[in-house]
Unconditional design. Structure first.
Length: 256
């Protein structure tokens, strides 16, 4: 009888471990699938992620290899690439209408700012998100046939940090590029009210800050390229550089 109880206990423990691993696996897969499904609807570009892990006991998680594509018409492979991001949430809120996320830390993202001197990829991406969240000129996309009518979960993000990033500036008409640091971005108390914040609204706020920081750095790059043109020689090259400096300057003025 004693042996039977011991064996039964061991089997029970094994089943609990397997169940926990199964929940963990399927939860991670579901979150990954959700990001790759909802992400493109919000941004109107491809969104891919290598892996997402989340502990339902501790509330800690990691996102690896997140790639946000570029809007049509732009040549660089992606707009945003995140190697690793970590998060900490309150596990008990996962089943609530509002999920409380204590912190999100994005480490060393690579942002691509591509411009043809009339527009840039990040501003277009931001416009896409605004249209989805209802803050743009176009109405939010209508619900597709077969989609659930259940509204998306609301979020609360107490602390959001981007640090150690880079901006790859690409001026396509001139075939010129440069890489500069992205200033750190720190946002707090997002969606702390009773209504929370939708994923689209959160994405809009984050990309808005990224665009602001990237445009500032891109302006510096264009100025440096303009100065370098004085030493290259050739009137056509100099004129093109002047046009680039003026074009980007005008572009930033429109955004302001």
């Amino acid at each position: 009888m004693k042996k039977f109880l011991v064996r039964g206990t061991v089997v029970l423990i094994i089943l609990i471990i397997l169940a926990a691993l199964g929940v963990h696996f399927f939860l991670d897969a579901a979150i990954k699938r959700g990001v790759e499904t909802i992400g493109p609807r919000v941004t109107k570009v491809d969104v891919k992620v290598d892996a997402i892990t989340l502990s339902i006991l501790s509330g800690s998680g990691k996102i690896r290899g997140l790639v946000v594509g570029n809007p049509p018409g732009f040549k660089t492979p992606s707009a945003i690439h995140v190697g690793t991001a970590s998060l900490a949430l309150v596990p008990g809120t996962l089943l609530n209408d509002k999920v409380v996320i204590k912190s999100i830390n994005v480490e060393a993202p690579e942002i691509t700012f591509e411009t043809d001197l009339t527009s840039n990829n990040l501003s277009k991406l931001l416009d896409n998100v605004k249209d989805t969240s209802g803050g743009g000129k176009e109405p939010p996309p209508a619900q597709k046939p077969g989609e659930s009518a259940k509204p998306p979960k609301k979020l609360q993000v107490d602390d959001f940090v981007i640090r150690g990033g880079k901006v790859h500036v690409s001026i396509t008409p001139l075939n010129q590029s440069a890489t500069v640091p992205l200033p750190d971005i720190h946002l707090t108390k997002l969606g702390t009210g009773p209504e929370g914040i939708t994923p689209a609204e959160l994405t809009e706020l984050i990309i808005q800050e990224i665009v602001k920081a990237a445009e500032s750095q891109a302006g510096t790059v264009v100025t440096d390229i303009g100065k370098g043109a004085q030493y290259i020689g050739g009137s056509l090259k100099t004129n093109l550089m002047d046009k680039a400096t003026k074009g980007i300057g005008d572009l930033f003025k429109k955004k302001n």
